[in-house]
Design a binder for this molecule. Structure first.
Ligand code: JB2
Length: 214
């Protein structure tokens, strides 16, 4: 198995660790944390220091890293960590849970997370660092751009396009053929039946714009 270091040991990391274990491809060597506490473990894996240790981790031969910090509406920390890891030379593999059902002709970018019981149907494209969270369904021909997070249980129907850095709240439904822009926040449980412009906060059934997203 190849070695991998994880960044962040909060809630999102718990599912990520389960998924890494489920696919038996990577051996987790440890986790870096902003609030480093010596001796602390998460699901049996040690917190090895703050991000300053990553250089020595890389130099020791661990070339894979995974950002296990999530995002709810603001992916700026994930973006910052992504560029830090790229500068240091790490590879950021996609982590696809063993239970995930991935169709044919799928393009997956780097650093993607697809959690338990996700479905990504044929002909879809997932941009770098996107999160397809537990139980989310992406139907055929979808395009999800970088740093976008599809929340747990969301249903994205066929040929939907979702821009970069957008968050689709848990259990939302996006009807076929809809386009949602960049930097949007779609509230949990929304039903999105029409296009949504970039930089918008919207929610409800039918999903309506409530304000601009800063
Ligand atoms: O710069 C950093 C850094 N900033 C925060 N470097 C490293 N190595 N770690 C950092 N952290 C750490 O990430 C925090 O100290 C904290 O332990 C962790 C974030 O944990 P938290 O549980 O607050 O958020 P999360 O991103 O893991 O999970 C959120 O997003 C998920 C998508 C939660 O809201 C979850 O419920 C949600 N499923």
């Amino acid at each position: 198995m190849e070695k991998i270091v994880l960044i962040g040991a909060g809630g999102h990391a718990l599912g990520v660790i389960d998924s890494i274990q489920s696919c038996q491809k990577f051996e987790i060597v440890g986790i870096t944390e902003l609030d480093y506490v010596a001796g602390k473990k998460v699901l049996g894996y040690g917190i090895i220091g703050n991000d300053d240790v990553l250089k020595s981790v890389f130099d020791s031969g661990v070339k894979n890293a995974f950002i296990a910090v999530g995002s709810i509406g603001n992916p700026s920390l994930r973006i910052k960590l992504y560029y830090m890891l790229k500068r240091q030379g790490f590879a950021l593999p996609a982590i696809i849970d063993h239970s995930s059902n991935i169709g044919s002709d799928i393009l997956l970018g780097e650093g993607i997370y697809a959690g338990k019981n996700t479905v990504i149907n044929a002909g879809s494209t997932i941009g770098d660092m996107a999160i397809i969270n537990t139980g989310a369904i992406l139907e055929h021909g979808c395009c999800i751009e970088e740093f976008t997070h599809i929340g747990p249980g969301a249903v994205i129907c066929g040929n939907v396009k979702i821009g970069a850095r957008t968050h689709i709240g848990a259990n939302s439904t996006v009807i076929q053929g809809v386009t949602i822009g960049d930097n949007c926040l779609i509230g949990a449980g929304s039903v999105v039946a029409g296009d949504v412009a970039s930089k918008v906060v919207a929610y409800g059934n039918p999903c309506k714009r409530v304000r601009n997203n800063a």
